[in-house]
Ligand binder design. Structure first.
Ligand code: GRF
Length: 211
């Protein structure tokens, strides 16, 4: 899986089916995220199907159960598990929990999230339904760094999807998801390359990376 002993170690956090995790895992295996390996897949709930998928691929997978615990205690344990596995870049992939400030500070500018809209439009839950109900003609997905506000950090990459007249929530979500599976591995590869700088709210690619 890894290309060298110095492979960059990814931690994937999820709460559900894990299709973005699988797209990332496929991209790592195919070398489309160069010199990377998945060090840990972790969930906040034991029933997350993504955890079973990770185990069936032989990847390290752990559940840090959130139910019945305060956010600070849960996040402290999650950070401890990520550090124990040597994780350098945390990728939220359908992780349905807000991170506490101390979690964000434990990985400064090293936590990514994917959101199924063109942020800053339609943050929060049910972004695809929000786009339909608003009457947006274009939506898509956004990969962004995580800061201490919901769906707010610096944008790394966006892909657009046309909203079609016949779309319902399921149809639009499915087409956005196809783009998510392309966007997330590409964004991770860009961030791991280190060939960018952050200027205020802007992700600025180094000249060689601009297309
Ligand atoms: C995706 O739509 C992602 O954008 C959002 O949650 C969903 C997770 O899907 N944050 P999956 O678990 O990766 O299939």
């Amino acid at each position: 899986m890894s290309e060298s002993a110095a492979a960059r170690r990814l931690g994937i956090l999820l709460s559900g089916r894990g299709s973005n995790f699988l797209a990332i895992a496929d991209a790592v295996a195919a070398g489309r995220i160069p010199n990377a390996e998945i060090a840990l897949v972790a969930a906040n709930r034991g029933e997350a199907p993504g955890i079973a998928a990770a185990r069936s691929r032989g990847l390290p997978a752990e559940v840090v159960e959130a139910k019945g615990r305060g956010r600070a205690a849960h996040d402290a344990e999650m950070v401890e598990r990520l550090h124990a596995h040597g994780v350098e870049l945390v990728c939220l992939a359908g992780y349905m929990r807000l991170l506490s400030p101390s979690f964000v500070q434990a990985f400064p500018n090293h936590i990514l999230n994917i959101h199924p809209s063109l942020l800053p439009a339609f943050p929060g839950l049910d972004a695809q339904r929000q786009a339909l109900e608003y009457g947006a003609l274009v939506s898509g997905c956004t990969v962004h760094f995580v800061d201490d506000q919901l769906d707010h950090g610096v944008i790394v990459l966006q892909r657009t999807v046309e909203v079609l007249p016949a779309d319902d929530e399921a149809a639009l979500s499915a087409r956005i998801l196809e783009q998510e599976h392309l966007a997330y591995p590409e964004a991770i590869a860009r961030v791991l390359s280190g060939k960018y700088r952050i200027a205020g709210r802007r992700y600025v690619a180094a000249p060689a990376e601009r297309s």
